[in-house]
Design a protein around this ligand. Structure first.
Ligand SMILES: [Zn+2]
Ligand SMILES: [Zn+2]
Length: 149
């Protein structure tokens, strides 16, 4: 669950609504330069991560000169968070598609287009003042707080 609350920039005094946190079906990502945030659907992230990692498995099949017909790409668990290659009934390689793993988060970041300002969208980029891009923010004592999920 995320929260939207009024904050004041310690550098320039600008007051604005700052959103923080993921919602139930989407995840928040921010530009590392201007701080502009974006919400991305979890399924969209999962799709991208799976596509990218399946390509890795196919490259593995090729590099190991495995028989492509004999080797099949499989989901190795119910939650679909692991994919792998099965050969002659045995799992010979497994890769995580968990969207919370560091490696997959990085893969997804790298697949995104740059922000209009030239910055990169990052999961761990801090919130910034939209006016001066300062990161030192304090809670404002008036205004509305909104929880979203
Ligand atoms: Zn930006
Ligand atoms: Zn500011």
């Amino acid at each position: 669950m995320g929260i939207e609350r009024p904050v004041i920039c310690k550098k320039c005094g600008h007051k604005f609504q700052c959103r923080n946190g993921c919602s139930f079906c989407s995840m928040q990502i921010r530009c590392d330069k201007c701080g502009k945030d974006k919400f991305i659907d979890r399924y969209q992230i999962l799709d991208k991560v799976r596509q990218t990692r399946e390509k890795e498995l196919l490259a593995f099949i090729k590099s190991e000169k495995l028989d492509r017909k004999g080797s099949i790409l499989i989901s190795t668990d119910d939650t679909n968070s692991t994919i792998g290659i099965k050969l002659d009934g045995m799992v010979i390689k497994k890769i995580s598609t968990d969207i919370c793993s560091k490696r997959n988060q990085k893969l997804f970041e790298d697949s995104l287009r740059k922000c209009k300002c030239g910055g990169q969208l990052k999961w761990d980029a801090p919130a910034r003042c939209p006016k001066c891009h300062g990161t030192k923010l304090k809670a404002a004592n008036s205004g509305i707080e909104v929880c979203y999920d």
